[in-house]
Design a protein around this ligand. Structure first.
Ligand SMILES: Nc1ncnc2c1ncn2[C@@H]1O[C@H](COP(=O)(O)OP(=O)(O)OP(=O)(O)O)[C@@H](O)[C@H]1O
Ligand SMILES: CC(=O)N[C@H]1[C@@H]2OC[C@@H](O2)[C@@H](O)[C@@H]1O[C@H](C)C(=O)O
Length: 383
């Protein structure tokens, strides 16, 4: 039995999530119990530099170097906080898995100085965790899958396969964070039968719209109330669908802020202005587009019935997203809260589990999700 902390900073750049779990066994016989979860928000200042750096146009190697260390310290604070919440001491912890923060993700082959390269960059110096906790720390998971021909994402489906597969029901687990991603676990599925991919944009566009419309007073549309005051504009929605370059891609596929950043928002706002739409109508339509992207992905890649669709991630607190999903998919959607579970902890828990598999030297990927040529043991281990 081991006490493991998992740390995650997602594409929304809203803060560091930390989960403390108890793990026993490994692979398909692994048992995991969630003991505590905390979310430590970034200050406005940190968040705004994270977003600038992730955009890739400003900030050079000096700032990335500083940000790497700053995030490392913030990850230590989040890990200490989750220990305190669980009533444990740092010396009780056996292992930490830390995802870091994604600064850039280029899973498609890209010509660079005459060579075709693919790359993904997560930062947040893990050595500060080693120094503070004195236990093994696993970080930098994604590049190993990328090296084996995979996208380096999504990685959570492997953990969902272990934790949530059922023999009697087919389940879709939809996560609406900054990006949307879905894992489908058909009844009694084998690892090869799991279907998973990023569905496209999640909250990151509506967050940015809310920040602009509120002159940076708000970070997101609380409960989806602003979008619910508006009306979906059918023509604007179909324009969003047409200009989205991610939706037509085949599997395996993953995306990030690279596609839905500043240039995308600029184009969206120009289009909304030319249609004279109110802020509520733009938000209603952009919110509906999150659900439309899920529908397009499901229709194209999965044509069988689903017994449950469970929504998690920050988007599950947005009623406008949940309503849009029900309308687009024509089916009831559940949230993790409906099953008595935390909606926000899944990704942090996943990195605890992935780290555990790394420590015991067992594969921790699902090639059916990432497109890798074979499964690998991801993560760099600091003892
Ligand atoms: N009460 C709420 N009402 C509406 N939206 C919310 C609420 N709480 C969180 N959110 C949304 O969820 C987002 C954060 O979600 P989450 O933490 O799951 O994303 P992430 O992990 O950063 O992203 P990803 O999963 O893409 O890496 C916020 O930016 C916001 O848009
Ligand atoms: C490169 C990267 O950081 N991708 C994230 C992002 O956020 C959601 C989605 O896009 C998913 O593909 C992935 O994160 C989760 C944790 C994953 O790997 O499953």
């Amino acid at each position: 039995m081991s006490l493991v902390i998992g740390l995650m900073s997602g594409t929304s750049a809203d803060g560091v999530d930390a989960a403390l779990v108890r793990i026993e066994g490994e692979g398909e016989s692994l048992c995991l119990e969630e003991l505590a979860f905390v979310s430590c928000p970034y200050s406005d200042q940190v968040r705004s530099r994270l977003l600038v750096l992730a955009q890739g146009e400003e900030g050079g190697s000096r700032e990335l170097c500083l940000m790497d260390a700053l995030l490392g310290h913030l990850f230590v604070e989040a890990a200490l906080e989750v220990c305190k919440t669980a009533g444990l001491k740092p010396s009780d912890i056996s292992l930490i898995g830390t995802h870091g923060h994604t600064f850039h993700h280029i899973p498609q082959s890209t010509d660079y100085l005459g060579r075709a390269v693919r790359s993904t960059l997560q930062l947040g110096q893990s050595s500060f965790l080693s120094e503070t906790f004195g236990c093994p720390v696993v970080s930098d998971f994604r590049p190993r899958d990328l090296a084996a021909g995979g996208q380096g994402a999504p990685l959570v489906p492997y953990t969902e396969y272990l934790l949530f597969r059922r023999t009697d029901a087919s389940i879709a687990l939809l996560n609406i964070g900054g990006i949307g991603n879905i894992t489908i676990l058909p009844a009694a599925c084998s690892p090869d039968e799991v279907l998973a991919f990023d569905t496209g944009v999640g909250n990151m566009v509506i967050d940015e719209l809310v920040a602009r419309y509120s002159n940076n007073a708000l970070r997101y549309d609380e409960g989806g109330a602003w979008a619910q005051r508006g009306v979906v504009d059918a023509a604007f929605l179909s324009w969003m669908e047409q200009v989205d370059s991610y939706l037509p891609l085949g599997l395996p596929k993953s995306t990030g802020r690279e596609l839905y950043g500043k240039a995308y928002i600029q184009r969206l706002l120009e289009q909304a202005d030319s249609r004279r739409l109110s802020s509520s109508d733009v938000l209603a339509t952009a919110t509906r587009f999150i659900a439309r992207s899920v529908k397009i992905g499901l229709k194209r890649f999965y044509n069988a019935d689903l017994d449950y669709l469970v929504v998690g991630g920050g988007g599950s607190h947005n009623l406008a997203i949940l309503n849009a999903l029900e309308q687009e998919l024509g089916t009831a959607v559940h949230t993790w809260q409906d099953f008595g579970r935390d909606s926000d902890s899944k990704e942090a828990v996943a990195f605890a589990l992935l780290a555990w598999q790394r420590l015991v030297r067992k594969p921790n990927t699902l090639p059916s999700a990432t497109g890798a040529n074979h499964s690998v043991v991801m993560g760099k281990l600091e003892l």
